[in-house]
Design a protein around this ligand. Structure first.
Ligand code: HEM
Length: 460
């Protein structure tokens, strides 16, 4: 949308395009060929982000193949402008859909924009209300204890897969509300098959063409996805007729009972797409955040000692500070995406239509003007302190803020103390894990390897 008089783009959330003076400029960025930038972004994302921020500052453009331009934004007031900006102009659903729609389906809250997005959000949100989540606490504890009981003593093992197993069980039990262990195992199997295929990076680039044959990654992905869809659809059909539907606390039952402003219920396809969304948005993200928390704590005996002492004394302030600091210094997701539909001006830069504006979580949360010694893990900085506005947003922001943020924190507040009460751990390597990209998440390169040195509570 351009102003007719100046030909300049319109304002964005208070960041007015100047009508006089120099024309705003498209943010600068590295001049390497697009294919090289794509390689760096996939393989050396931390180096690339640190480098760009050092050379180009708080707003810069990364140019990727197929004309994809990412404008990274790491200054809090500009992040605020993006999150508070016109959602019709800055479209998260459109940006997300490019990659994940084949997985989560066309009704997913992640890929919708405008009124359809708001409708799905309002239908889902009540299921994650604090009171409802309290009913899940004993299930989360039970699942965690069962997983800890499987850990070997004295042998190194990776914590992240173990955390994934916990968070997956939690989703199947409290989000899907699946009761029988045979049905749970069946669903787990289908989810794990799909996840394993989805990890193949070539899926992102492979031509989505079935003519490549039934063994090509894309065809295998579609088969595994459809098998999971079929199992979920069956679960939805059965649950609609469950005699105790109204008494149940799981998310699936809540979605079936939910009504929109016009009194309409969700269709089976809508419910299925939201279940797949909650599964893939919520399972590995929370597991990775937990793995990072352990990796950081085990390499910082002082912080670990203080946390254990406070938990033993029944306090939880340091636990909350540890979770906040983990999500700051090791954000699981480094950027969020907004597809720019019409040119906008942000902080004196023109952001033209067609690019992706990316509030950069990783860089904003490591600003030296907001955090002393920003790369260091220091939970103390959040004891009695709330994080700075738009300098801490591991769950994104605005009307797209993560729907599962309080659920993820709730899970972490249970799993961390359960582990620390049950076993003593030491890190398997002298240094904290390096940050490695896996699809869109930033994970510990070695899966957060550690050793159980003793069991405090006997294995159940
Ligand atoms: C530590 C764990 C998690 C992290 C770091 C995380 C992070 C994020 C981020 C960065 C976004 C994008 C927000 C934006 O575009 O502004 C997001 C969206 C979302 N997350 Fe999470 N998430 C986590 C756990 C969960 C869980 C447990 C669930 C549900 C079970 C969940 C469900 C969602 C959904 C449905 C959206 C889409 C919201 C929308 O588009 O309106 N997430 N999450």
């Amino acid at each position: 949308m351009s102003s007719a008089r100046t030909g300049a783009p319109e304002e964005l959330a208070g960041h007015q395009t100047r009508r006089a003076g120099p024309r705003p400029i498209f943010p600068n960025g590295p001049g390497y060929p697009r294919i090289i930038q794509a390689w760096l972004w996939l393989k050396k994302p931390i180096w690339f982000l640190d480098h760009c921020s050092r050379v180009y500052g708080d707003v810069f453009t990364m140019r990727l193949p197929l004309g994809t331009d990412l404008v990274h934004i790491a200054r809090p007031e500009l992040v605020k402008a993006v999150f508070g900006g016109d959602n019709d102009v800055l479209r998260a659903g459109e940006a997300n859909a490019t990659i994940i729609e084949p997985l989560v389906g066309p009704h997913s809250v992640l890929v919708l924009d405008g009124p359809e997005h708001l409708r799905q959000r309002k239908l889902i949100l009540p299921a994650f209300h604090g009171d409802r989540m309290r009913a899940w606490e004993s299930s989360v504890r039970e699942i965690t204890r069962a997983e800890i009981a499987r850990w070997p003593v004295g042998q190194p093992f990776a914590l992240r897969p173990s955390m994934q197993s916990i968070t997956l069980d939690v989703i199947v039990r409290v989000v899907f509300g699946v009761d029988g262990s045979a049905r749970r195992n069946e669903l787990r199997r289908r989810i794990l098959t799909l996840t394993a295929i989805g990890r193949n990076p070539f899926l992102l680039f492979a031509t989505r063409d079935r003519r490549l044959g039934p063994h090509a990654p894309w065809a295998r992905f579609i088969r595994a996805r459809d098998a999971l869809y079929a199992a979920l659809t069956e679960e939805i059909r059965q649950r609609r007729h469950a005699p105790d539907l109204e008494q149940r606390s799981d998310v699936l039952s809540q979605l079936l009972l939910a009504r929109d402003d016009e009194g309409r219920a969700m269709t089976d396809d809508e419910v299925r797409d939201e279940l797949v969304t909650l599964l893939f948005a919520g399972h590995e993200t929370t597991a990775t955040a937990l793995a990072w928390a352990f990796d950081l704590l085990l390499h910082d005996p002082r912080a670990l000692g203080r946390l254990v002492a406070e938990l033993d004394g029944g306090a939880s302030e340091y636990l909350d500070a540890t979770i906040t600091e983990t999500l700051r210094v090791r954000p699981v997701i480094a950027i969020v995406d907004r597809h720019v539909r019409h040119a906008v001006s942000i902080g004196g830069h023109t952001i033209p239509a067609g690019v992706i504006a990316c509030p950069n979580i990783y860089l904003a949360q490591r600003r030296a003007d907001l955090y002393r010694d920003p790369a260091a893990f220091r939970p103390d900085r959040f004891v009695g302190q709330v994080p700075p506005a738009f300098g801490w947003f591991p769950f994104g922001g605005g009307i797209r803020r993560c729907l599962g943020a309080s659920f993820a924190t709730f899970e972490m507040r249970i799993v961390l103390p359960e582990v620390l009460h049950a076993v003593t751990l030491r890190p398997a390597s002298p240094r904290p894990a390096r940050i490695r990209r896996e699809a869109v998440t930033f994970v510990p390169h070695d899966g957060a390897r550690c050793v159980v040195t003793a069991r405090i509570q006997p294995a159940a």
